[in-house]
Every structure is written in C-alpha cells, then in structure tokens.
Write a protein that binds this ligand. Sequence first.
Ligand code: FEO
Length: 397
Amino acid sequence: MKLLELKKDLYYVGVIDKGLEVFDVVMQTKYGSSYNSYLLKTNEGAVLFETCKIGFFDEYIENIKKICSLDDITYLVVNHTEPDHSGSVAALLELNPNIKIIGSRIAGCYLGEITNSSCLNFMEVKPGDSLTVGEYELNFVKAPFLHWPDSMYTYIPKLNSLITCDSFGAHFAWSDVLLSKMNKDYADYKDAFDFYYEVIFSPFKKYALNALEEVKKLDVDLICPGHGPVIDCDIETVLGWWKANSEIENVENKALVVYSSAYGYTGLGASQIEDTLKSQNMPFESFKIDVQNYPCLKEKILSLLQTSKYIFIGSPTINSDAIPLFYDLFASLHANFKKPQDVFVFGSYGWSGEAVKNLSDRLTQIKYNVVSSYRYKFMPSNEDKASLVEATKNLIK
Ligand code: FEO
C-alpha cells in the first residue's frame, strides 16, 4: 500500500482484503473488504485510530512505519472493539507497550477480554469529552450500538474529519481508498453499502438515526470508516443512503397468519382463525408455507412479522418438532430492541405434538409475546374450533 495522506497530518494506514468471501460467518462479501486504520501525526506523537485483523498485522505495521516510528505512537483510539479492528492491539502493544489506549468504558472491558490483559494502559472517554494531543483536539462522539455497545466516533475539528469505524462503512475492497477516485455511478459500492447496513446495522436503526443527528451537528468533509472507501466526496449522498436504510417500519394494527399443513388439519385451524379475524373486522394476510413456495414468500413474511401487531403461527408436528421452515424464518429476525408483538401458536398433531411448544419457546426467545397456544389431535373437533375462535378474539381484543 502506498503512502496516502488524506489531509495534512492524517494518513490512511489500513489494509485491503480483496480475497475476503465471508465475514462474521453469516455475511458473504462479494466485493472483499478492508480494515481501515488512520494515523494522525502531531507534535506530541502519533495517534492511531483502530488496528486491523491479526492476519494483516505485518502489512499494517509496514504502513505505519512509512510515516513514523512505532515508538512515536502515543495513543491508540479504539472506536469499536470487534476483532477485525482490535485483533492486533496485543501485537501492537508488544512492539510499543507505552501506547495509551482510548475508548468508551465498555470498549475498555471488551478489550481487556480480547487481549486477556487486566493491565491495559486504558483511558476511558465519554461522549462529549475532548483530548488535546499536540496541535490537534479530538472530540468523542456518542454512537452506542453501532453496532456494539462500545461504539463511538472521533471528530478532529481542525481537519473536519470524523472517524467512525463500522458506521458508514461497507465491505468493499477499494485499492484507491478514496471515494472520489470511484466511478460516480457507485453501483457496486452502493450495493455493498446497503448490504452491509442490512446485515450489521438494521437491528439498531434507532441508534443509527441518533448518530446521524450527531454527525449533522459537526462540520465534516471527510468520513473515515472502518471498512470500504474513505468518504471524501458526496458525503450527503452517503448519509442519505444511511438515512434511507434507517427508516423504521412501525407496527400496525393488523394480523398475520403463517402456517403449514401436511394433511389440512392445521389448515382447518388457520381457517377458523381467518374467519374470526374477518368477523372482528381485523385486517390480515395469511400464508400457507411449504418447501416450494417458502423461498419466494420469505421476505414478504419477514416484513409482516415485524409490522403486524397480532401474529398467528401454525405448524403440525413432524418427527417431534415443528416444520423447519419456521426456524429459518425466525432466525432472520432481530431480537435486539424489538417492540412487543402478540402471538398465538397453534397446530395439529398425531402422537407427540411438540411443534406448538417448541415454536412458542423459540418465539419467546426472540422477544415475541406469546400470549397463548393451542394444539389438537388430527382433525379439529367442534370444541377445538371454539377454542381457536376464543383464542383469536382474546389476542386481538
Ligand atoms: Fe468491522 Fe463490528 O467490526
């Protein structure tokens, strides 16, 4: 990586990981990524912002050495401690044990556990705190849960520069580093940016909007994220993408019925529920899922699972459990900061009937409010139908 001075005294010292195909186990990275780190030279030593994934440590150190001696590093700011940014802290401290580390209180806790060290030279900062290093002031900006509780941003007023770690980042290996060097249609970058937001930040939209308000109070013409291009142009465009991705869907006064049915018996229960919803003038949508139609319906159902006030889930029991499609569906929902939504779980069974309990337990784990459940043997009797009607009315009353 050739030396890149972003502004007077502020350098890019990150590494590009073009070969990355999977991040955090769950995320495909078709554009690769980068682990961005920045170095600010001051007349009281250098300040580093973030480190890098440990596998790239040698390259990272070589980048720093092009600018200053490792002994010149006074501070390391950790805006976020996930190991793709903090994984090299211990190795860096072996080369210069005198570096003071700056971060939020929670970052200090996490870093102690990541480095297995109880004696880090750590300085806690709070939102609104400032630190003067030589001719530069560093301001620490509130950004919790983006996407860990430890997260914060660092603003350098003299350079109008904001260092944000994961926020406003993307898994996008861009060898030219600067966004201004990219073709203006930004098609692939936008694709990577939106996907990164969806996977990393969508459980934290409220916090993402709060952080955006904080950023708007600052005079910023350079955003330095932890992944992907350094945003040195079109800042409003990128902040607009962030805002659009952060739109929060409200829970509406409507119902959702999702069920599977092998021989129609659970389906008869669903019909009873649908008829009751109609009679109560409750708007609803209903989906019968199977292995063939599920891939097409999944996104629609996921959206409704987050926006419907009342939810009815029905599954027969096959091999002592619910239909696996439901577990896949629930695995795609974010439990963090979920608003309460009321659920009724139902299903027909033959011998053991675990599906209703297992689905109820899983829904409770992901913070749905399972109000009640009902299971019945094979074909619902008149008594079963009456119970389903009553449960439906109770849920929506
Ligand atoms: Fe790029 Fe949350 O680490």
